[in-house]
Structure formats: structure tokens, C-alpha cells
Design a protein around this ligand. Structure first.
Ligand code: HEM
Ligand code: HEM
Length: 334
């Protein structure tokens, strides 16, 4: 049972980590499915506590080298799971400026080096018996029970009318829709709000055939509009009216771009496929007013089909490239 418990934990923690990122990588309804597997994996990890505590007790009795790193790993995983439940039920969604979702993902990322260490230092090679019918049956039972427990918590959230009942398929909560001034300001990881003067700022659009610089006044003259939902990976979403110019109007089709590389004044960047240029807006206004610095002044991207980290703020350059859009890290490291 010890070997089986550890092996099951390995599969579950890997599944939880991967499905979490998978859910962040797209903003369409199927994101829910990866989150169902995600939540069930988290519940199954908890369900193994009685068996894993026996292993931990044994381990702590002989205190092998690095035992304390295993304890840090345990604490981080538990913090992540508790924050995940606080988010999903809505019982506690913010600690000051930090969201439960940020704590959830932050603790999971911080756990990675400790988890790898644990795996390497405590590795027990798998044996054929690990794939026996009995082991697989046990695994099936565990997953079935975890799925039921997850469904029960979702049912309870609805029955008790907890805030969690109102969250979107991505797990995010609605905040300040159509109230631009109240919309939270968040950045990806280590990005921060720069100060930019409209008078000196220029947007460089570097096409294959020509290069052109746009001033803030020139871009503000466009009046393309879209109502779109900004779904932040921090765990909230907000529906707003955006005004600006469709990217397809700034990038000449004659350039036959494969992708366009959009960069922020902070160095933050993402690459968009040519096919989506008519669906992404370079916004100068939010709710009819110029953007605030926190929301991306002078111009920001509005990418209705994508999660918030694609909505690049403080844009300074757009470059036509022959590199395909998929040739980039799925998530920025900045
Ligand atoms: C949620 C994931 C896990 C947590 C929180 C966790 C935590 C711990 C802790 C706190 C200990 C006792 C301290 C120590 O001996 O280092 C321990 C022992 C151990 N862990 Fe894990 N562990 C996890 C997953 C795994 C996995 C995936 C494996 C291997 C595939 C594994 C293998 C072991 C072994 C073999 C021991 C026993 C050490 C001994 O008795 O000498 N653990 N674990
Ligand atoms: C140590 C790894 C992780 C574990 C064990 C874990 C576990 C959990 C648990 C138990 C929940 C609450 C589920 C519920 O009742 O709805 C949850 C929610 C969530 N987790 Fe994780 N998680 C981990 C890492 C991550 C990562 C790395 C991401 C994203 C990159 C992520 C994204 C999410 C999201 C978006 C939710 C909200 C789901 C919803 O509200 O429906 N998780 N997680």
C-alpha cells in the first residue's frame, strides 16, 4: 500500500499541475473539463491523507537527509489545496490585494522544486505489480470516489448559495462589469505599471514591406468597438466596452504575416496568429474614457477569445513575423 500510495500521489499531483495550466491556456467552455479533472485530482490527494500520514510518520521517525524539505513541500501543497477550495467555494477570495487563486497557483509553483527533490531523493523504482489488476482497481475506486466528492462539494456550494455558485466555467468570479473605474488592476507575475507620456510615446508597426510609427492622437481617432470579457488568471472576470482599432487595420495584409509579435514597454510580449488579427483590438479607451495607467495607457490589447495574460498593456511595438504563433512559451516568464 505504501508504494501504491506514493505512485498514486505522483500521478495525481502531476495531473493537477498540468490540468491547472491547461485550463489557463484557453478561454473556451472546454476549460471546465480540465478543471473537473483538476479538482478531482486535488480531492483524491486529500483522500490519500490517512495512508500518506503513515508513510510520513515512518519517514519522520528516522529523519533521512532532507526530511524538512519534504515538510515544506507538504505545507505548500496543503496551502495550495486550501486556497483552491477557498477560491472555488468563494469563502475567501481576497487577502488585501492578493487573490486566493494567486495564492493557489503561487504555492503550487513554489512547491515544484521541493516536489522534484522529494521525487528524486525518495524514488522507489516501479515494479510490474504496480500495474496489477488490483492496483488499477484501487486507482479506479479512488478516482470514482474523488469525482463523487467533487460533485458533492459543487452541489453543496449551490445548495448553500455560496459565492462559488456564480463562478464562470474558468472558475473566475464577475467583478465590476461595465464599471471601468472599479475593475481590478493586475499584472502577470513580475510585470509592473510603467509611467508613459502620451506626447512622446509612439507605436512602431514593423511590417514586411514598410515600417510606420503611430502617435497616440492618430490611434485615438479610430472608433472600432467591442464588448469583451477580460478573464484574469487571478480568478476574476469583467465585461467592458472597449474602443480602438482592429489589429488587421494596422498590419497590411499584403505583408502576408504568419504571426505578429506584440511588445509592451516593460518587455512583456506575446505572438498572435495572422488569422486572429481581425478579432483582436488595439484599445485606446475603456468605457469611452482613455485607459488608466494600470489598465494599459496609452494602448492595450483586447483579445476576446483569450485569457487576461494575452491582453498586453502599454504596447510599444507590433512586428510582422514569419515565425508561427505557436513558437513561444505557453505562458510568459516575466
Ligand atoms: C502530495 C505529494 C507528497 C507529499 C506531500 C509527500 C510528503 C512526504 C513527507 C513529509 C515525508 C516524510 C519526510 C521524509 O522522509 O522525507 C515523505 C516520505 C516519503 N515519501 Fe513522500 N510525499 C508526496 C509524494 C511522494 C511521491 C510521489 C513519492 C514517490 C514516488 C514519495 C515517496 C516517499 C517515500 C518513499 C517516503 C518514505 C521515506 C522513509 O520512510 O524513509 N512521496 N513524503
Ligand atoms: C499542487 C498542484 C495543485 C493542486 C493539488 C490543485 C488542487 C486544486 C483544488 C483542490 C481546487 C479546488 C477545486 C474545486 O473544488 O473546485 C483547485 C482549483 C483551481 N485550480 Fe488548482 N491545484 C494545483 C495547481 C494549480 C495550478 C498550477 C493552476 C493553474 C496554473 C491551478 C488552477 C486552478 C483553478 C483555475 C481552480 C479553480 C477551479 C474552479 O473554481 O472551478 N491549480 N485546485
Amino acid at each position: 500500500m505504501r508504494r501504491w500510495t506514493n505512485l498514486a500521489l505522483l500521478c495525481l499531483i502531476a495531473a493537477a499541475f498540468l490540468t491547472g495550466w491547461l485550463a489557463f491556456s484557453y478561454a473556451a467552455a472546454p476549460a471546465r473539463w480540465s478543471l473537473v479533472i483538476h479538482a478531482a485530482s486535488g480531492v483524491a490527494i486529500l483522500a490519500l491523507t490517512p495512508w500518506k500520514s503513515l508513510i510520513i510518520r515512518g519517514g519522520l521517525r528516522h529523519r533521512r537527509q532532507g526530511w524538512w524539505t519534504s515538510l515544506i513541500f507538504t505545507v505548500l501543497v496543503l496551502v495550495s489545496i486550501v486556497a483552491g477550495f477557498l477560491h472555488s467555494t468563494g469563502l475567501l477570495r481576497w487577502w488585501g490585494d492578493i487573490t486566493a487563486m494567486e495564492v493557489h497557483v503561487g504555492a503550487a509553483i513554489a512547491a515544484v522544486p521541493f516536489g522534484i527533490w522529494h521525487l528524486v531523493a525518495r524514488w522507489v523504482p516501479p515494479r510490474a505489480v504496480d500495474l496489477s489488476r488490483r492496483s488499477l482497481l484501487r486507482g479506479g475506486l479512488l478516482l470514482g470516489a474523488a469525482g463523487l466528492a467533487y460533485a458533492a462539494t459543487e452541489g453543496l456550494v449551490r445548495l448553500a448559495s455560496l459565492p462559488g455558485a456564480s463562478r464562470r466555467f474558468t472558475g473566475s468570479y464577475e467583478v465590476a462589469s461595465y464599471q471601468p473605474d472599479a475593475m481590478p488592476v493586475t499584472q502577470w507575475m513580475f510585470d509592473s505599471v510603467p509611467t508613459i507620456a502620451a506626447s512622446t510615446w509612439r507605436l512602431r508597426v514593423d511590417g514586411a514591406s514598410q515600417e510606420r510609427e503611430w502617435t497616440y492622437a492618430q490611434l485615438s481617432a479610430f472608433d472600432d468597438r467591442v464588448t469583451a470579457t477580460l478573464d484574469c488568471t487571478g480568478g476574476f472576470y469583467s465585461k467592458q466596452e472597449w474602443t480602438g482599432v482592429w489589429l488587421s487595420r494596422l498590419v497590411p495584409v499584403t505583408d502576408q504575416p504568419v504571426s505578429v509579435h506584440v511588445r509592451s514597454a516593460t518587455g512583456y510580449d506575446r505572438r498572435f496568429a495572422a488569422g486572429e488579427l481581425s478579432r483582436v483590438l488595439l484599445a485606446t479607451r475603456l468605457g469611452g474614457q482613455p485607459l488608466s495607467p494600470g489598465h494599459g495607457f496609452p494602448v492595450r490589447m483586447v483579445a476576446p477569445d483569450r485569457r487576461g495574460f494575452w491582453w498586453i498593456k502599454w504596447i510599444t511595438s507590433i512586428e510582422v513575423e514569419t515565425t508561427p504563433a505557436w513558437w513561444q512559451l505557453p505562458f510568459p516568464l516575466q
